[in-house]
Design a protein around this ligand. Structure first.
Ligand code: PEP
Ligand code: CO
Length: 453
């Protein structure tokens, strides 16, 4: 029944014989080859032992013994590679992980949509304004946002720039995770004023004091600050969209006898590029990293079955992360069939819910937003549907920022459509802000307790 047309021979360039969706058209191929050669000689951004550590952690989550938190911007911008912006993004992810750790009582695997989330899929190859048609903006790795031919012509040098800024970001994140940021684990240092605006204020305060108490307790018994005893790790992920860039970072490691993509710990295949005989599935089937695959409306049981058999033919634990993103109104109809399809394979996967991408809507002013209540509702449905089906939800995936933006509505402060214009910064999808993200983590912790899961 499988429509597996993948031949056993794989090489880092075998994808080039397949249809590659969403790729930029560079006018100067010689320049592209020069850049790719340079990229391939630069040192890797991550190491294979970190990648293998993440795979082992994901295997643990597949067994229900850990939980994955993945989050960050829809798209990073080169301009936002700044110390304070990186620090606040890391801060919200670490704080959410403390809340989840406390509520779920299991280790939290922290994965940023960071340090390389620079390429975006687009619904059209070109954009027309006032009769002028130019290539679509495909992310800072490819071209620039401005609407001039110079800005929009794909520029291969941007790959080197994206690679370098990813390295700077990772370097700073590693330093913060290893050394500083100790106080971040303590709610005394969090910005919690917003809790006062919520009807659930008392419940949130209870969670916060209980986190403080348990941290104090842990520090007392281990006689050292929590960040030193917990071996905090942080992993990077991005959509593996730009195939020449991903290929240039794909290396054979003699001591492991396997190929690794060393531009990130966990690349994922987006909704628009997961076709079975497409180039993305071909490139990623040959690497040893854990791989994410977005699963949304349009995916069929047979397609998912085939993806699993091609991307994880040996049923390796920790290898596959399925990130479903159906939307609050469709998840009940569509997720159960996907769960059954996976169960029929007997192959281990980690199910993660992305409650963002199926819940995007456009308000009267033309701005894209997402409602906090729909995001939460999709998550609650996801936990319940997995539990009813004898499966389990092992992680969550958010678009978020540590800044005080107004892109999603709802949450404790009750942001309304009219507030969106005040601090809307995303050039792409709307993100949860600091307060909404932290509140979401508290609700997930609470909702798992309610479900008794
Ligand atoms: C994304 O994660 O930003 C994205 C484009 O998602 P999807 O592929 O699920 O639409
Ligand atoms: Co997005």
């Amino acid at each position: 029944m499988s429509s597996n047309k993948h031949s056993p021979e794989w090489s880092p360039s075998s994808w080039q014989a397949k249809v590659a969706e969403q790729q930029p058209l560079y006018p100067d191929q010689e320049k592209v080859q020069d850049v790719l050669g340079r990229l391939g000689r630069l040192p890797p951004l991550v190491t294979s032992w970190e990648v293998e550590k993440l795979k082992a952690d994901i295997a643990q989550a597949q067994r229900g013994e850990a939980f994955l938190l993945q989050g960050g911007d829809c798209a990073e911008n080169f301009e936002d590679c700044q110390s304070d912006l990186i620090a606040v993004k890391l801060k919200i992810l670490l704080q959410m992980s403390v809340v989840l750790l406390h509520g779920l009582k299991m280790p939290i695997i922290r994965v940023g949509r960071m340090a390389g989330q620079y390429a975006k899929p687009r619904s059209a190859d070109t954009e027309t304004r006032d009769g002028v048609t130019l290539p679509s903006y495909r992310g800072d790795l490819v071209n620039r946002m401005g609407f001039t031919p110079e800005d929009r012509t794909p520029d291969p040098e941007l790959m080197i720039k994206g690679y370098s800024l990813s390295a700077l970001t990772l370097n700073f994140v590693r330093a913060l995770v290893d050394g500083g940021f100790a106080d971040l684990h303590h709610p005394e240092y969090w910005d919690l004023d917003f809790l006062g605006h919520s009807p659930q204020k008392a419940e949130y305060q209870r969670i916060v004091s209980s986190i403080s108490d348990s941290l104090d307790f842990l520090e007392t018994i281990s006689r050292r600050p929590i960040h030193q005893s917990s071996h905090a790790t942080f992993f990077a992920s991005h959509e593996g969209l730009h195939l020449p860039y991903e290929q240039a970072q794909t290396r054979y490691l003699e001591h492991r006898k396997r190929w690794y993509n060393l531009s990130t710990h966990m690349p994922w295949i987006g909704m628009r590029t997961a076709t079975m005989d497409g180039a993305h599935v071909e490139l990623f089937r040959g690497i040893a990293n854990p791989i994410g695959v977005k699963v949304g409306p349009g995916m069929t049981a047979e397609w998912l079955h085939d993806l699993i058999s091609v991307l994880n033919p040996d049923n390796e634990p920790g290898r596959l992360v399925l990130i479903h993103r159906f939307g609050a109104s469709r998840i009940k109809d569509q997720l159960p069939e996907m769960i059954r399809a996976v169960q029929a394979t007997g192959s281990p996967v980690l199910w993660v819910c992305d409650p963002m991408h199926g819940n995007t809507e456009t308000v009267a002013s033309g701005v894209k937003t997402r409602r906090f209540e729909n995001i939460l509702s999709e998550l609650q449905s996801a936990f319940a549907i997995h539990q009813d089906a004898g499966s389990h939800l092992g992680g969550v995936h958010f678009e978020l920022t540590g800044e005080n933006v107004t892109e999603c509505t709802g949450g404790a402060r009750g942001l309304a459509d009219g507030d969106l214009a005040r601090a809307y910064k995303s050039q792409v999808d709307p993100r949860l802000n600091y307060e909404q993200a932290l509140e979401m983590a508290m609700l997930i912790a609470g909702c798992r307790q309610v479900l008794g899961a």
